[in-house]
Design a binder for this molecule. Structure first.
Ligand code: 13P
Ligand code: SF4
Length: 363
Protein backbone atom coordinates (compact mmCIF):
# COMPACT_ATOMS: atom_id res chain seq x y z
CA UNK A 1 0.00 0.00 0.00
CA UNK A 2 1.40 3.41 -0.92
CA UNK A 3 1.48 5.90 1.93
CA UNK A 4 3.14 9.11 1.04
CA UNK A 5 5.55 10.69 3.42
CA UNK A 6 5.94 14.42 2.94
CA UNK A 7 9.56 15.49 2.39
CA UNK A 8 11.28 16.68 5.55
CA UNK A 9 12.31 20.31 5.99
CA UNK A 10 15.96 21.05 5.11
CA UNK A 11 16.72 21.59 8.80
CA UNK A 12 16.59 17.81 9.21
CA UNK A 13 17.86 16.53 5.89
CA UNK A 14 21.00 18.69 5.96
CA UNK A 15 21.83 18.25 9.66
CA UNK A 16 24.87 16.15 10.55
CA UNK A 17 24.58 13.22 12.99
CA UNK A 18 25.74 15.28 15.98
CA UNK A 19 23.26 18.06 15.28
CA UNK A 20 20.45 15.50 14.94
CA UNK A 21 21.48 13.87 18.19
CA UNK A 22 21.40 17.24 19.90
CA UNK A 23 17.90 17.99 18.51
CA UNK A 24 16.54 14.61 19.57
CA UNK A 25 18.07 14.77 23.04
CA UNK A 26 16.79 18.30 23.67
CA UNK A 27 13.26 17.54 22.44
CA UNK A 28 13.08 14.25 24.33
CA UNK A 29 14.20 15.92 27.56
CA UNK A 30 11.67 18.71 27.16
CA UNK A 31 8.80 16.33 26.34
CA UNK A 32 9.62 14.30 29.47
CA UNK A 33 7.14 11.72 30.70
CA UNK A 34 4.45 12.60 28.15
CA UNK A 35 6.67 10.89 25.54
CA UNK A 36 7.36 7.19 25.06
CA UNK A 37 9.65 6.07 22.24
CA UNK A 38 9.24 2.42 21.27
CA UNK A 39 11.88 0.70 19.14
CA UNK A 40 11.53 -2.58 17.29
CA UNK A 41 14.69 -4.73 17.17
CA UNK A 42 15.10 -4.12 13.42
CA UNK A 43 15.58 -0.38 13.82
CA UNK A 44 18.86 1.32 13.01
CA UNK A 45 21.27 2.12 15.87
CA UNK A 46 20.81 5.88 15.34
CA UNK A 47 17.12 5.39 16.21
CA UNK A 48 17.40 2.59 18.74
CA UNK A 49 19.66 4.61 21.03
CA UNK A 50 16.64 6.81 21.84
CA UNK A 51 14.12 4.05 22.47
CA UNK A 52 12.69 3.97 26.00
CA UNK A 53 11.57 0.41 25.38
CA UNK A 54 12.81 -2.14 22.87
CA UNK A 55 11.12 -5.35 21.90
CA UNK A 56 9.49 -7.69 19.44
CA UNK A 57 6.06 -6.82 18.13
CA UNK A 58 4.27 -8.49 21.06
CA UNK A 59 6.34 -6.82 23.73
CA UNK A 60 5.97 -3.42 22.09
CA UNK A 61 2.19 -3.85 21.85
CA UNK A 62 2.13 -4.58 25.58
CA UNK A 63 4.31 -1.56 26.35
CA UNK A 64 1.94 0.63 24.36
CA UNK A 65 -1.14 -0.87 26.04
CA UNK A 66 0.35 -0.33 29.52
CA UNK A 67 1.75 3.14 28.91
CA UNK A 68 0.48 6.39 30.44
CA UNK A 69 2.41 8.54 27.95
CA UNK A 70 0.24 10.82 25.83
CA UNK A 71 2.62 10.73 22.86
CA UNK A 72 3.94 7.37 21.71
CA UNK A 73 6.50 7.56 18.92
CA UNK A 74 6.60 4.12 17.37
CA UNK A 75 9.91 3.35 15.66
CA UNK A 76 8.74 0.31 13.77
CA UNK A 77 6.29 -0.22 10.93
CA UNK A 78 2.73 0.82 10.16
CA UNK A 79 0.87 -2.25 11.46
CA UNK A 80 2.68 -1.93 14.80
CA UNK A 81 1.68 1.73 15.14
CA UNK A 82 -1.93 0.89 14.21
CA UNK A 83 -2.03 -1.83 16.86
CA UNK A 84 -0.63 0.61 19.42
CA UNK A 85 -3.33 3.13 18.53
CA UNK A 86 -6.00 0.46 18.96
CA UNK A 87 -4.64 -0.59 22.36
CA UNK A 88 -4.23 2.94 23.76
CA UNK A 89 -6.77 5.46 25.01
CA UNK A 90 -8.36 8.38 23.15
CA UNK A 91 -6.12 10.83 25.01
CA UNK A 92 -3.00 9.12 23.58
CA UNK A 93 -1.44 9.73 20.18
CA UNK A 94 0.66 7.26 18.25
CA UNK A 95 3.17 8.63 15.78
CA UNK A 96 5.05 6.79 13.05
CA UNK A 97 8.14 8.83 12.08
CA UNK A 98 7.92 7.87 8.38
CA UNK A 99 4.56 7.02 6.82
CA UNK A 100 6.25 4.90 4.17
CA UNK A 101 7.37 2.42 6.83
CA UNK A 102 4.90 -0.32 5.87
CA UNK A 103 5.38 -4.08 5.68
CA UNK A 104 5.29 -5.89 2.36
CA UNK A 105 3.98 -9.04 4.03
CA UNK A 106 1.11 -7.18 5.72
CA UNK A 107 0.19 -5.80 2.29
CA UNK A 108 -0.18 -9.35 0.93
CA UNK A 109 -3.64 -9.70 2.48
CA UNK A 110 -6.30 -7.05 2.03
CA UNK A 111 -9.79 -7.05 3.45
CA UNK A 112 -11.54 -7.75 0.13
CA UNK A 113 -9.40 -10.82 -0.46
CA UNK A 114 -9.96 -12.11 3.06
CA UNK A 115 -13.74 -11.61 2.82
CA UNK A 116 -13.79 -13.39 -0.52
CA UNK A 117 -11.77 -16.29 0.86
CA UNK A 118 -14.09 -16.51 3.86
CA UNK A 119 -17.17 -16.66 1.62
CA UNK A 120 -15.53 -19.31 -0.57
CA UNK A 121 -14.65 -21.45 2.43
CA UNK A 122 -18.15 -20.99 3.85
CA UNK A 123 -19.61 -22.31 0.59
CA UNK A 124 -18.07 -25.76 1.17
CA UNK A 125 -17.60 -26.16 4.91
CA UNK A 126 -19.20 -25.25 8.24
CA UNK A 127 -17.77 -21.78 8.71
CA UNK A 128 -18.73 -21.78 12.39
CA UNK A 129 -15.91 -24.33 12.88
CA UNK A 130 -13.31 -22.20 11.07
CA UNK A 131 -11.27 -19.83 13.24
CA UNK A 132 -9.49 -16.92 11.51
CA UNK A 133 -6.07 -16.10 12.95
CA UNK A 134 -4.13 -13.14 11.72
CA UNK A 135 -0.47 -12.47 12.31
CA UNK A 136 0.18 -9.11 13.92
CA UNK A 137 1.70 -8.15 10.55
CA UNK A 138 -1.66 -7.20 9.03
CA UNK A 139 -3.81 -4.12 8.67
CA UNK A 140 -6.25 -2.95 11.33
CA UNK A 141 -9.09 -3.76 8.90
CA UNK A 142 -8.03 -7.39 8.83
CA UNK A 143 -7.66 -7.55 12.60
CA UNK A 144 -11.19 -6.15 12.80
CA UNK A 145 -12.46 -8.88 10.46
CA UNK A 146 -10.83 -11.48 12.69
CA UNK A 147 -12.30 -9.90 15.82
CA UNK A 148 -15.77 -9.95 14.29
CA UNK A 149 -15.46 -13.57 13.21
CA UNK A 150 -14.39 -15.11 16.51
CA UNK A 151 -10.64 -15.19 15.87
CA UNK A 152 -7.51 -13.66 17.36
CA UNK A 153 -4.26 -11.95 16.48
CA UNK A 154 -0.95 -13.72 17.08
CA UNK A 155 2.69 -12.74 16.92
CA UNK A 156 5.77 -14.86 16.34
CA UNK A 157 6.17 -15.17 20.12
CA UNK A 158 2.73 -16.58 20.86
CA UNK A 159 1.50 -18.24 17.65
CA UNK A 160 1.44 -21.67 19.25
CA UNK A 161 -0.63 -20.58 22.25
CA UNK A 162 -3.06 -18.75 19.97
CA UNK A 163 -3.39 -21.75 17.64
CA UNK A 164 -4.00 -24.08 20.59
CA UNK A 165 -6.73 -21.68 21.69
CA UNK A 166 -8.16 -21.69 18.15
CA UNK A 167 -8.34 -25.49 18.02
CA UNK A 168 -10.25 -25.41 21.28
CA UNK A 169 -13.00 -23.49 19.45
CA UNK A 170 -13.01 -24.98 15.97
CA UNK A 171 -11.45 -27.63 13.76
CA UNK A 172 -9.99 -25.54 10.96
CA UNK A 173 -7.87 -22.39 10.97
CA UNK A 174 -7.55 -19.78 8.26
CA UNK A 175 -4.13 -18.27 9.00
CA UNK A 176 -2.87 -15.11 7.33
CA UNK A 177 -0.84 -13.46 5.93
CA UNK A 178 2.38 -15.43 6.67
CA UNK A 179 2.20 -19.03 5.47
CA UNK A 180 5.59 -19.79 7.04
CA UNK A 181 4.70 -18.82 10.60
CA UNK A 182 1.49 -20.85 10.25
CA UNK A 183 3.25 -23.89 8.81
CA UNK A 184 6.19 -23.81 11.22
CA UNK A 185 3.93 -23.46 14.23
CA UNK A 186 1.54 -26.15 13.05
CA UNK A 187 4.38 -28.61 12.48
CA UNK A 188 5.88 -27.79 15.90
CA UNK A 189 2.45 -28.62 17.36
CA UNK A 190 2.51 -32.04 15.73
CA UNK A 191 0.38 -31.46 12.63
CA UNK A 192 1.56 -32.96 9.34
CA UNK A 193 2.20 -30.82 6.28
CA UNK A 194 -0.43 -32.91 4.52
CA UNK A 195 -3.01 -31.32 6.84
CA UNK A 196 -2.13 -27.88 5.46
CA UNK A 197 -3.16 -26.21 2.23
CA UNK A 198 -1.96 -22.91 0.83
CA UNK A 199 -4.68 -20.44 -0.12
CA UNK A 200 -3.63 -18.31 -3.07
CA UNK A 201 -5.69 -15.10 -2.95
CA UNK A 202 -4.87 -14.29 -6.55
CA UNK A 203 -6.48 -17.44 -7.93
CA UNK A 204 -10.09 -18.50 -8.04
CA UNK A 205 -11.12 -20.43 -4.91
CA UNK A 206 -7.57 -20.01 -3.58
CA UNK A 207 -6.31 -22.35 -6.32
CA UNK A 208 -7.71 -25.27 -4.32
CA UNK A 209 -10.56 -27.68 -4.88
CA UNK A 210 -13.51 -28.32 -2.61
CA UNK A 211 -12.09 -31.54 -1.13
CA UNK A 212 -8.78 -29.88 -0.25
CA UNK A 213 -10.54 -27.08 1.64
CA UNK A 214 -12.84 -29.50 3.43
CA UNK A 215 -10.02 -31.78 4.53
CA UNK A 216 -7.41 -29.17 5.49
CA UNK A 217 -6.83 -28.37 9.14
CA UNK A 218 -4.76 -25.31 8.24
CA UNK A 219 -5.53 -22.99 5.36
CA UNK A 220 -2.37 -20.94 5.06
CA UNK A 221 -2.50 -17.65 3.20
CA UNK A 222 0.08 -17.40 0.44
CA UNK A 223 2.10 -14.59 2.02
CA UNK A 224 5.74 -14.29 3.04
CA UNK A 225 8.39 -11.91 4.27
CA UNK A 226 10.81 -10.79 1.59
CA UNK A 227 13.63 -10.54 4.15
CA UNK A 228 13.21 -13.97 5.74
CA UNK A 229 12.49 -15.88 2.56
CA UNK A 230 16.06 -15.16 1.49
CA UNK A 231 17.46 -17.64 4.02
CA UNK A 232 17.99 -21.14 2.63
CA UNK A 233 19.11 -24.52 3.99
CA UNK A 234 22.33 -23.98 2.01
CA UNK A 235 23.11 -20.98 4.22
CA UNK A 236 22.71 -23.16 7.29
CA UNK A 237 24.85 -25.91 5.76
CA UNK A 238 27.61 -23.41 4.88
CA UNK A 239 27.57 -21.99 8.42
CA UNK A 240 27.73 -25.46 9.96
CA UNK A 241 30.58 -26.47 7.66
CA UNK A 242 32.58 -23.45 8.83
CA UNK A 243 31.49 -23.65 12.48
CA UNK A 244 30.70 -27.28 13.37
CA UNK A 245 30.02 -26.32 17.01
CA UNK A 246 28.02 -23.22 16.09
CA UNK A 247 24.38 -22.57 16.92
CA UNK A 248 21.75 -21.61 14.35
CA UNK A 249 18.90 -19.34 15.46
CA UNK A 250 16.21 -18.27 13.01
CA UNK A 251 12.94 -16.36 12.94
CA UNK A 252 9.76 -18.40 12.24
CA UNK A 253 9.06 -16.31 9.13
CA UNK A 254 11.82 -18.40 7.49
CA UNK A 255 10.71 -21.34 5.37
CA UNK A 256 10.18 -24.71 7.03
CA UNK A 257 13.21 -26.08 5.16
CA UNK A 258 15.36 -23.58 7.07
CA UNK A 259 13.51 -23.89 10.38
CA UNK A 260 13.86 -27.68 10.33
CA UNK A 261 17.67 -27.44 10.30
CA UNK A 262 17.94 -24.67 12.93
CA UNK A 263 18.74 -25.18 16.61
CA UNK A 264 16.36 -22.48 17.85
CA UNK A 265 13.36 -20.78 16.23
CA UNK A 266 11.72 -17.75 17.77
CA UNK A 267 10.64 -14.12 17.71
CA UNK A 268 13.17 -11.30 17.63
CA UNK A 269 12.99 -11.03 21.42
CA UNK A 270 13.72 -14.73 21.83
CA UNK A 271 16.60 -14.51 19.36
CA UNK A 272 17.99 -11.76 21.56
CA UNK A 273 17.49 -13.81 24.74
CA UNK A 274 19.12 -16.96 23.30
CA UNK A 275 22.09 -14.96 22.07
CA UNK A 276 22.50 -13.26 25.46
CA UNK A 277 22.27 -16.61 27.28
CA UNK A 278 24.87 -18.36 25.08
CA UNK A 279 28.25 -18.85 26.83
CA UNK A 280 31.23 -16.67 25.95
CA UNK A 281 33.05 -18.01 22.90
CA UNK A 282 29.84 -19.22 21.22
CA UNK A 283 29.50 -18.87 17.47
CA UNK A 284 25.92 -18.05 16.46
CA UNK A 285 24.47 -17.88 12.95
CA UNK A 286 21.27 -15.83 12.90
CA UNK A 287 18.51 -15.85 10.31
CA UNK A 288 16.79 -12.51 10.66
CA UNK A 289 17.06 -8.84 9.69
CA UNK A 290 20.60 -7.52 9.43
CA UNK A 291 20.39 -4.51 11.76
CA UNK A 292 19.37 -6.77 14.58
CA UNK A 293 22.15 -9.25 13.81
CA UNK A 294 24.75 -6.49 13.69
CA UNK A 295 23.55 -5.08 17.02
CA UNK A 296 23.66 -8.54 18.60
CA UNK A 297 27.25 -8.89 17.40
CA UNK A 298 28.20 -5.47 18.81
CA UNK A 299 26.44 -6.10 22.13
CA UNK A 300 28.17 -9.47 22.61
CA UNK A 301 31.84 -8.96 21.78
CA UNK A 302 32.67 -12.17 23.69
CA UNK A 303 30.70 -14.18 21.10
CA UNK A 304 30.78 -14.40 17.34
CA UNK A 305 27.38 -13.48 15.91
CA UNK A 306 26.96 -13.55 12.12
CA UNK A 307 24.12 -13.42 9.63
CA UNK A 308 23.44 -16.77 7.96
CA UNK A 309 23.16 -14.94 4.65
CA UNK A 310 26.29 -12.89 3.94
CA UNK A 311 24.31 -10.83 1.41
CA UNK A 312 21.20 -10.30 3.51
CA UNK A 313 19.47 -6.98 2.94
CA UNK A 314 17.75 -4.92 5.60
CA UNK A 315 14.00 -4.67 5.95
CA UNK A 316 13.63 -1.72 3.61
CA UNK A 317 10.56 -0.38 5.38
CA UNK A 318 11.95 -0.61 8.93
CA UNK A 319 15.00 1.16 7.49
CA UNK A 320 12.96 4.21 6.56
CA UNK A 321 12.86 5.39 10.15
CA UNK A 322 16.02 7.40 10.72
CA UNK A 323 17.37 10.16 12.95
CA UNK A 324 16.07 13.02 10.74
CA UNK A 325 12.49 11.66 10.86
CA UNK A 326 12.72 11.08 14.60
CA UNK A 327 14.05 14.60 15.19
CA UNK A 328 11.27 16.05 13.02
CA UNK A 329 8.54 14.18 14.93
CA UNK A 330 9.85 15.15 18.33
CA UNK A 331 10.41 18.81 17.50
CA UNK A 332 6.94 18.97 15.93
CA UNK A 333 5.41 17.58 19.12
CA UNK A 334 7.27 20.19 21.07
CA UNK A 335 5.94 22.89 18.74
CA UNK A 336 2.40 21.69 19.49
CA UNK A 337 1.47 19.56 16.51
CA UNK A 338 1.61 15.83 16.04
CA UNK A 339 2.91 14.90 12.59
CA UNK A 340 2.27 11.42 11.18
CA UNK A 341 -0.31 10.49 13.78
CA UNK A 342 -1.69 6.99 13.08
CA UNK A 343 -5.40 6.76 13.78
CA UNK A 344 -7.70 3.82 13.26
CA UNK A 345 -11.39 4.67 12.84
CA UNK A 346 -13.56 3.84 15.88
CA UNK A 347 -15.53 0.95 14.32
CA UNK A 348 -12.43 -0.80 12.98
CA UNK A 349 -10.64 -0.12 16.22
CA UNK A 350 -13.42 -1.66 18.31
CA UNK A 351 -13.42 -4.94 16.38
CA UNK A 352 -9.65 -5.11 16.00
CA UNK A 353 -9.28 -4.56 19.74
CA UNK A 354 -11.35 -7.70 20.34
CA UNK A 355 -8.85 -9.75 18.30
CA UNK A 356 -5.83 -8.11 19.93
CA UNK A 357 -7.28 -8.43 23.41
CA UNK A 358 -7.90 -12.15 22.84
CA UNK A 359 -4.22 -12.52 22.06
CA UNK A 360 -3.22 -10.60 25.18
CA UNK A 361 -5.60 -12.69 27.31
CA UNK A 362 -4.39 -15.99 25.80
CA UNK A 363 -0.75 -15.16 26.43
P1 13P B 1 8.77 -10.07 15.91
O1 13P B 1 7.41 -10.04 16.52
O2 13P B 1 9.47 -11.36 16.13
O3 13P B 1 9.56 -8.89 16.34
O4 13P B 1 8.60 -10.01 14.33
C1 13P B 1 8.13 -8.91 13.65
C2 13P B 1 8.53 -8.92 12.26
O5 13P B 1 8.06 -8.17 11.47
C3 13P B 1 9.54 -9.89 11.85
O6 13P B 1 9.79 -9.75 10.50
FE1 SF4 C 1 7.44 -7.02 7.29
FE2 SF4 C 1 9.43 -8.76 6.78
FE3 SF4 C 1 9.98 -6.20 7.37
FE4 SF4 C 1 9.07 -7.89 9.26
S1 SF4 C 1 11.02 -8.00 8.18
S2 SF4 C 1 8.38 -5.76 8.90
S3 SF4 C 1 7.61 -9.13 8.03
S4 SF4 C 1 8.85 -6.96 5.55
Amino acid sequence: MLRLQTPLPDRYTTADPDALRHMIRAAKTELGSRLLILGHHYQRDEVMEWADMRGDSFKLARFAADSDATDIVFCGVHFMAESADILTGDHQRVILPDLNAGCSMADMADLDQVEEAWDDIASVTDIERVVPITYMNSSAAIKAFVGEHGGAVCTSSNARAVLEWAFGRGDKVLFFPDQHLGRNTGIAMGYAESEMQVWNPHREFGDLDEAAVKEATFLLWRGWCSVHQRFTPDHVAAFRAEHPDGTVIVHPECSHEVVSVADHVGSTERILDWTAAAPAGSVIGVGTEIHMVQRLAADHPDKTVVSLDPLVCPCSTMFRIDAPHLAWCLESLLAGHAVNQITVDPQTSENARIALQRMLDIT
